[in-house]
Structures are given as structure tokens and as C-alpha cells.
Design a binder for this molecule. Structure first.
Ligand SMILES: [Zn+2]
Length: 145
């Protein structure tokens, strides 16, 4: 369990039936850039001295998917249509949060080509034409897997 996050204030809407997820407290929790920052859609990710190395690592990636890391809300099943999703992700392009998406595990696997449940950051590396997993090991260090 992490002690610190940043937050994206947005409703989480089921892409299948349009129902809003309840009990999210109106935000998702992500770990990218400086921590304890509050964002809305369209905001730029903010960085600080502690996250400079991470900034350099994710700079070549676009888009970046920063997945929700909320341990208290880890099962994303729509209350109305019962569709089960992976965690929602904030999509970051050119250092700005462009949207929040909710993908099923099948969609996640088809998009990234990895059969795993993400809880950190995945980004597309255009120069290498591949998706890169940026994994948080929980000790504050980030690295490419
Ligand atoms: Zn639904």
C-alpha cells in the first residue's frame, strides 16, 4: 500500500452503459510526477526534484497510461451492467492529462500486448515502436521493465 499519490478529479464512467462508478470519492489515484498534487482533465503533470529521473524516463513516451493505484477500490465492476474492468488510467500526452479511460482486461491485453494487470505506468515509445512498462517497485525507484 502506498502512502502517497496524486489525484485526478473526474467521475469514472462505465464505457459500456454510461453508469457512474460510486464510491470513488470523485477522483482516481495515480503515481506520476510530484506526489500529492490534484489534477483535472487538461492539466499538466507537475514534477519536482525527487521525480526528475522519472520525468526523463517517461519523456519519450506517448501516450502514457497512468493506472489507478487505489488499494481500497481495486475491483472495477460496473454496478449496472456488471462489466469487469481493469483499473482506470489517466492518459497523458505531451505531459498533459487528456482523459481517463476504463478498459476491460481483454482490451488492455489487446492494446499493450501484455497479459498482466497494470497498476503503474505504461507508455508507448514511438522511436522503438513498442509499449514500455514503467514499474513502481514501491521503494520510490522507477525503472523500465
Ligand atoms: Zn456499465
Amino acid at each position: 500500500m502506498r502512502e502517497s499519490y496524486s489525484y485526478v478529479e473526474t467521475p469514472v464512467i462505465c464505457p459500456i452503459c454510461g453508469a457512474e462508478f460510486e464510491n470513488t470519492d470523485g477522483h482516481i489515484r495515480i503515481v506520476i510526477g510530484a506526489l500529492e498534487r490534484w489534477y483535472r482533465i487538461g492539466d499538466a503533470i507537475r514534477w519536482d526534484r525527487e521525480t526528475e529521473q522519472e520525468r526523463l524516463r517517461v519523456a519519450p513516451l506517448a501516450p502514457i497510461y497512468a493506472f489507478d493505484l487505489d488499494d481500497d477500490y481495486s475491483v472495477w465492476r460496473c454496478a449496472r451492467c456488471k462489466t469487469l474492468f481493469d483499473a482506470p488510467a489517466a492518459i497523458v500526452v505531451a505531459n498533459r492529462i487528456t482523459s481517463v479511460c476504463l478498459l476491460t482486461h481483454e482490451e488492455t491485453r489487446a492494446l499493450f500486448g501484455f497479459d498482466r494487470t497494470f497498476s503503474g505506468i505504461v507508455g508507448y515509445h514511438p522511436a522503438e515502436s513498442r509499449w514500455v512498462i514503467v514499474q513502481d517497485y514501491g521503494d520510490g525507484s522507477w525503472k523500465y521493465v
